[in-house]
Each structure stands twice: as structure tokens, then as C-alpha cells.
Design a binder for this molecule. Structure first.
Ligand code: FAD
Ligand code: NAD
Length: 475
């Protein structure tokens, strides 16, 4: 006999658990199966994001930034601290506590919403049946009105530098170093490489970032990427662009990574190597025979604009489907699927998904880059405002970077907003709302921004697009 649920969600990360909660809010009976296991074998909801991604990385970014500031930036405020000591064990314990509170919080949310949590492995069978295998090997058959697949992603391995979990690690390993390594090699100058490279650099490691491409942060606006590269180099990150890794040799003293650059073959020795070359969809043992659900050549589950798999009542959301691998994108897809299952309107505006890189300065954007607008052939205008001209940023001793607004000439609509600077990840919220509501540059210009705030930079950048900035000379 199978147990009956209106909705079964497989995967309890930031795409799956909101889907389960929204489905329950819609009055449906819901089970959410999740198989995440910590290193000690214990189960935890929350997926990559809460256990080994967004949350622990931001906890360490905060600690390492405070340490760096206490050592290097307090003096200018007239604050002397004497020797600033670092306790990595305490930093890690704090991070682990934050992770634990966050993941256990999901169980509380499930209880309140009346979602049945099932910890173990889920597999979709034909006919919207789901096989659930618990930790003790017990197998239960669930029968579902609808199924939402939210199985997430996993780090890509580099065959020439295989993971060993000690000297060569993935992002999860790099979040767990018990002491500051002297020499860290990061392979990949993407979001993970930059965030985790920054953590260990701020804590005193020599960090070398080996990036295969010549172009730095190709997904960001060119001006932002240029400023970011300048700032990261200033912080002492040894950025090697166009560095193609060819192999690695291990010895007790360290790992020697071989790579080629324009100047020829190179090698460098590191105590720890972090491989951060992207992630791939994770669908291992997710689909049984004849489910009708298909995967593309890269392993992503194939879905339509509303995350339908083409099999009636079966949806897939989050990192296991196309689109940016971001927690908030997965969350919106999960909520959309749960609403559509209940016959409600559910939609994701893929054009207004913000990106944030939590380095210092932070980097954030929404909409199109200048290169993308140029390629579209549409006439456009650009306004930029440097944080150097922001009273608040100067008062914060954080005046690096700028805000940039791109708007169409024909109808003044905002096409893209890019920020590199203090709290960029928070500032971008206003721009997301503006794009969501199809605002124009004039709308942003006429919106009153409190003084002195960092958000004035967005206001002034919008004014600058029409050469009407007040606090910075218009060019
Ligand atoms: P996941 O979070 O991977 O969750 C999937 C869950 O499903 C996992 O628990 C997995 O164990 C489980 N599962 C898979 N298959 C089965 C099965 N068959 N049965 C049962 N359970 C199964 N994104 C941001 O937006 N902001 C950030 O700041 C950010 N920082 C990051 C930092 C790092 C270091 C990393 C690695 C990622 C970061 N990300 C960030 C990306 C973010 O973590 C992912 O986009 C997000 O977790 C994807 O959510 P998901 O629910 O699709 O998948
Ligand atoms: P990424 O795609 O952001 O960057 C990978 C980088 O590695 C690219 O620059 C690529 O050119 C480079 N690369 C690939 N193969 C290489 C090789 N052989 N040698 C050297 N460089 C190589 O991937 P990531 O940094 O691993 O992050 C994975 C995903 O997690 C991303 O999609 C990202 O969106 C998500 N994430 C998001 C955040 C955030 O939102 N703040 C933080 C961390 C991770």
C-alpha cells in the first residue's frame, strides 16, 4: 500500500523547502524528502545553500572582514586595538552554529506548515509514485498528485587535479579549514573562488587564483569587472587570468599545480587547493524507469518556462534545471511550481533575477550589462556615480566603486543597474523593484532617497544618465 500525498517534493534545499511550504499554504498535503548528510552522517534540511554554501560562506566572509578591518582600518578612525588575535576555531564554531540554527529552523517551519519531513533518499517512479528510502534502509512507496524535483547541484571536479578532501578540496572543504593555510591556490575566478579566496586572504593566507579565461567575470558589466579586478589585486589576491591548469603533483609539503599562461608553462606550490570551476546538476538515482522526465546533454532536467517537465504534474526547480544557480532563483521557481499545482498564478521573471558577489567591495547587478545592451542594437544612455562622491560611503571609509544605471533612449526604461561598492547586495533590491515595475530612469530620478545614504548613489547615477547629477560633475 502506498501513502498518499497531494505533493511530494524531492530535495529540501532553497528550491525544495519553500515549494513544500507554499504547497502546504495552498491547502495541500505535502511531504518533503531530503538526503543531505553532514560529515558526521547526520541529516539536515537546507541543501547546499544552508549547509555548505550561501550561509556558511557569508558567516566566514563577515568574520574575516571584521578581522581585516580591526587590523587594517580601525586606526584611521582613531581606534587602537593593540594586537588583534584570531581564533579560527571560534570562527568555525560560530559559523557551524549559524548553519545548525538555520537548518533546524526548516524543521520548525515544516511543523508550523504541516509539511511531513522525510530524511533519506527519494526516487521518482512512473505514474507519479515516489520511492523513499530512509537512513535505516526502510523503503516506503508514496503516491503523489504532483511531484516537485529539487535535487540541486554538486561541485564539478577537475580531472587533472582530483579532490582528495584534504589538500585538494571543493567549496565545502574550503569552508571548513581548521587553521589558516599559508598558501592557498584557488582554481576558478568565479563567484566561489572570489568569495572563499577573499575569506582566506583576509585571514592572512597568500592566495593565488588561477582562472582559465582571459576575461575576468564575463557575466558582470565590463566596467564593474575592471574595477573589481583592480580592487582584488590591491587586496593582495594574486589573480592569474588565462592560466590553464594541466596537472598537479602531491607531496606532504604541499600540492604543486602546473599550468600554462601566455608566458609559457608555470607551476606553483600550495598547502591547500580549492577547485571552484562551477557546479553541475545533481540527479544521481533520482529518476526511475519510464518516468518520462528528460535531461539535456549537461544533465539538467528539461523544463518549460514554468518549470513543467512535460510530464503532467511533475515539475523541476532550482539548480537541477536551466538558469543561474542561485538560491533566490530556486526559491521563486519552487513557489511558482507549488502555486501552479494549486491552480494559482505562478510566474518567475527571469529578467530581474539579481546577482550578488559578497566580496569587499560587494558586486551586484540586475538586468543587462552595457555590452548586452550594445549588442541588442538599442540606443542607450549610461549614468555612473562613484562612491567617492557619497558622503555616507566616505563616512564609512568605504568609498571604492560606483553605481551605474543603463536606460533606453527611446522610452527611458531601465535596462540594467550595476553596483560595485559597500552594501551593493542590499542596494540592488531597489533596482530589482524598479525593473520589476518597468520603471524609467526618470522614475528613479524622482524617487526621494534619504540623505546621507548609500542609496543616493543609485539616485545620482540615474540623474547622471541625463547629465543631471548634482553631487558629481556630469561628463
Ligand atoms: P541544493 O541546495 O543543492 O539542495 C538540493 C537538496 O536535495 C540537497 O539537500 C540534496 O542532498 C537533496 N537531494 C538531491 N537528490 C536527492 C534525492 N534523490 N533524494 C533526497 N534528497 C535529494 N546562491 C545564492 O543565491 N547566494 C549565495 O550567496 C550563494 N552562495 C554560495 C556559496 C557556495 C560556497 C556555494 C557552493 C553555493 C552558493 N550559492 C549561492 C548557490 C546556492 O547554494 C544554490 O543555488 C542553491 O543551494 C540551489 O538550491 P537547490 O534547492 O536547487 O539545491
Ligand atoms: P562559476 O561558474 O561562477 O565560476 C567558475 C570559474 O571557473 C569560471 O570563471 C571558469 O572560467 C573557471 N574555470 C572553469 N574551468 C577551469 C579550469 N579548468 N581552470 C581554471 N578555471 C576554470 O562557478 P563557481 O564559482 O564554482 O560557483 C558555482 C555556482 O554557485 C555559480 O553558478 C554561482 O552562481 C553559485 N554561487 C553563487 C554565489 C552568490 O550568489 N554569491 C556564491 C557562490 C556560488
Amino acid at each position: 500500500m502506498s501513502e498518499q500525498f497531494d505533493v511530494v517534493v524531492i530535495g529540501g534545499g532553497p528550491a525544495g523547502y519553500p515549494a513544500a511550504i507554499r504547497a502546504a499554504q495552498n491547502g495541500l498535503s505535502v511531504a518533503c524528502i531530503d538526503g543531505w548528510q553532514n560529515r558526521d552522517g547526520s541529516y539536515a534540511f537546507g541543501g547546499t545553500c544552508l549547509n555548505a554554501g550561501c550561509i556558511p560562506s557569508k558567516a566566514l566572509l563577515e568574520s574575516s572582514e571584521l578581522y581585516h578591518r580591526a587590523r587594517s582600518e580601525f586606526a584611521v578612525h582613531g581606534i587602537s586595538t593593540g594586537d588583534v588575535a584570531m581564533d579560527v576555531a571560534q570562527m568555525q564554531a560560530r559559523k557551524n552554529n549559524i548553519v545548525k540554527a538555520s537548518t533546524q529552523g526548516i524543521l520548525g517551519l515544516f511543523k508550523a506548515a504541516k509539511v511531513t519531513p522525510l530524511q533519506g533518499h527519494g526516487r521518482l517512479l512512473s505514474g507519479k509514485r515516489v520511492e523513499f528510502t530512509a537512513a535505516d534502509g526502510t523503503v516506503r512507496l508514496l503516491s503523489a498528485g504532483s511531484v516537485i524535483l529539487a535535487s540541486g547541484s554538486t561541485p564539478m571536479a577537475l580531472p587533472s587535479v582530483p579532490f582528495d578532501g584534504v589538500q585538494v578540496v571543493d567549496s565545502w572543504g574550503a569552508l571548513d579549514f581548521a587553521a589558516v593555510p599559508q598558501r592557498v591556490g584557488v582554481i576558478g575566478a568565479g563567484v566561489i573562488g572570489l568569495e572563499l579566496g577573499s575569506v582566506w586572504r583576509r585571514l592572512g593566507a597568500q592566495v593565488t587564483v588561477l582562472e582559465a579565461m582571459e576575461t575576468f567575470l564575463p557575466m558582470a558589466d565590463e566596467a564593474v569587472a575592471k574595477e573589481a579586478l583592480k580592487q582584488f589585486k590591491k587586496q593582495g589576491l594574486n589573480m592569474r587570468l588565462g592560466a590553464k591548469v594541466t596537472g598537479a603533483t602531491r607531496a606532504p609539503s604541499g600540492v604543486t599545480v602546473q599550468y600554462t599562461e601566455a608566458t609559457g608553462a608555470q607551476s606553483a606550490e600550495f598547502d591547500r587547493v580549492v577547485v571552484a570551476i562551477g557546479r553541475r546538476p545533481y540527479t544521481a538515482d533520482l529518476l526511475g524507469e519510464d518516468t518520462g522526465v528528460t535531461r539535456d546533454a549537461r544533465g539538467f532536467i528539461v523544463v518549460d518556462d514554468h518549470c513543467g517537465t512535460g510530464v503532467e504534474g511533475v515539475y523541476a526547480v532550482g539548480d537541477c534545471v536551466r538558469g543561474p544557480m542561485l538560491a533566490h532563483k530556486g526559491k521563486e521557481e519552487g513557489v511558482m511550481a507549488a502555486d501552479r499545482i494549486a491552480g494559482r498564478w505562478g510566474h518567475v521573471n527571469y529578467a530581474t533575477i539579481p546577482s550578488v558577489i559578497y566580496t569587499a567591495p560587494e558586486i551586484a547587478w540586475v538586468g543587462l550589462t552595457e555590452a548586452q545592451v550594445k549588442a541588442s542594437g538599442r540606443d542607450y544612455k549610461v549614468g555612473s556615480f562613484p562612491f567617492l562622491a557619497s558622503g555616507r560611503a566616505r563616512a564609512m571609509e568605504a568609498a571604492n566603486g560606483f553605481a551605474k544605471v543603463i536606460a533606453a533612449v527611446d522610452d527611458d526604461s531601465l535596462l540594467g543597474v550595476h553596483v560595485i561598492g559597500p552594501m551593493a547586495g542590499e542596494l540592488i533590491g531597489e533596482a530589482v523593484l524598479a525593473l520589476e515595475y518597468s520603471a524609467t530612469a526618470e522614475d528613479l530620478q524622482r524617487t526621494i532617497h534619504a540623505h546621507p545614504t548609500l542609496s543616493e548613489a543609485l539616485h545620482e547615477a540615474a540623474l547622471a544618465a541625463d547629465k543631471r547629477a548634482i553631487d558629481y560633475p556630469n561628463r
